[in-house]
Ligand binder design. Sequence first.
Ligand SMILES: Nc1ncnc2c1ncn2[C@@H]1O[C@H](COP(=O)(O)OP(=O)(O)O)[C@@H](O)[C@H]1O
Ligand SMILES: [Mg+2]
Length: 398
Amino acid sequence: MAEIVLSHIKKVYPNETKKKGLFGKKKVKERKTNLQVTEEGVLAVQDFNLTVHDQEFVVFVGPSGCGKSTTLRMIAGLEEITSGDLTIDGVRMNDVAPKDRDIAMVFQSYALYPNMSVYENMAFTLKLKKVPKDEIDRKVRAAAETLGITQYLDRKPKALSGGQRQRVAIGRAIVRDPKVFLMDEPLSNLDAKLRNQMRAELIKLRHEINGTFIYVTHDQTEAMTLGDRIVIMKDGVVQQIGTPQEVFNHPANIFVAGFIGMPQMNFFDATLARFDNEFHAETAHFDIPLSPSVCRRLDETIDPASRVEVTVGVRPEQIQLCSADDLGALTGRIEVTELMGSTVHVHVSTPDASFVLVLPAGDLESEGGTLATGDEVHFKFEPEAVHIFDRETGVALS
Ligand SMILES: Nc1ncnc2c1ncn2[C@@H]1O[C@H](COP(=O)(O)OP(=O)(O)O)[C@@H](O)[C@H]1O
Ligand SMILES: [Mg+2]
């Protein structure tokens, strides 16, 4: 059992002062950051609230510097919690030493002991805990079997590939049989192919071992494929918490909408105009009627009388080619086509904005031949695909 509750967790890194220069003059060390800086210091994490359920796999995702590692390290006990409460299974952990939290952590850098064999690396913490030899042996061999590294048990880490080393690091965590696994970008040092393979193995692994997982990554694909729920962070502030489907289909704001999904969601500025119960998104050149369900939600979120300046978002997969006289049809010119195999990414410029469309590769075949750079195309958005955001605050209105 392990339920982890973070309640109003905050982290301030105090302003660093360093002795510098000939006269021992103190100079504040500056860090490049978008984070809020107060008199106390840098606000690396603000008001973080989350309940991670027993056996759940939660992913923290966000751009570099947004506070993912800091939050994870506070859970591990490697970083002091400035304020707020951390509990594991109802017990307050703020002041409990890392070794007493029943947590195992896996780092990006593997952190293996270079002069120990794989076996010794995996057995090390159990030996320290004076676990009987035969029990250690059983656990190490079982973990090695699960991870497919049995044949490397006698090797030193330097004789292993990056992927194998990371398996050892994960194995070292598994043998301890902890309540909680914390992983900080464990796959970031691997090449793309190996990363995909290890990602699939992690999905398998989590179903084989009982534990609660918190996994940190900057990679939205990893977050989407691994997480039961994902926590999207920016500048030390949680932007949205939800299942991969929820955050993909109903992003809470422009940041989440742009961060989740590849290629990125298309955005353009428009004005919302209302005709009775219908809303249209208007630009200088286009008038896009919005679907009844989008209109219903807008009706609840915005002031009926006003014309509202919005940002419209549409995912590249939710745009189709159409004919010029279709309702809501946009017209643009093809700038670039990128064949990705079964799909093609088509970059289209219109007078108001640029769009990326993801189309089945066959869609570019027209009666006159294959559509190519410079050709004019007409396209429209799937009715439910249109996201409307307040242009000023970025908050989703639809
Ligand atoms: N020891 C530290 N002292 C001061 N600032 C720090 C320290 N560690 C991290 N930070 C700052 O806190 C912010 C969050 O860092 P971090 O949690 O490592 O981000 P992430 O893991 O999301 O990339 C960053 O802006 C970073 O510069
Ligand atoms: Mg980090």
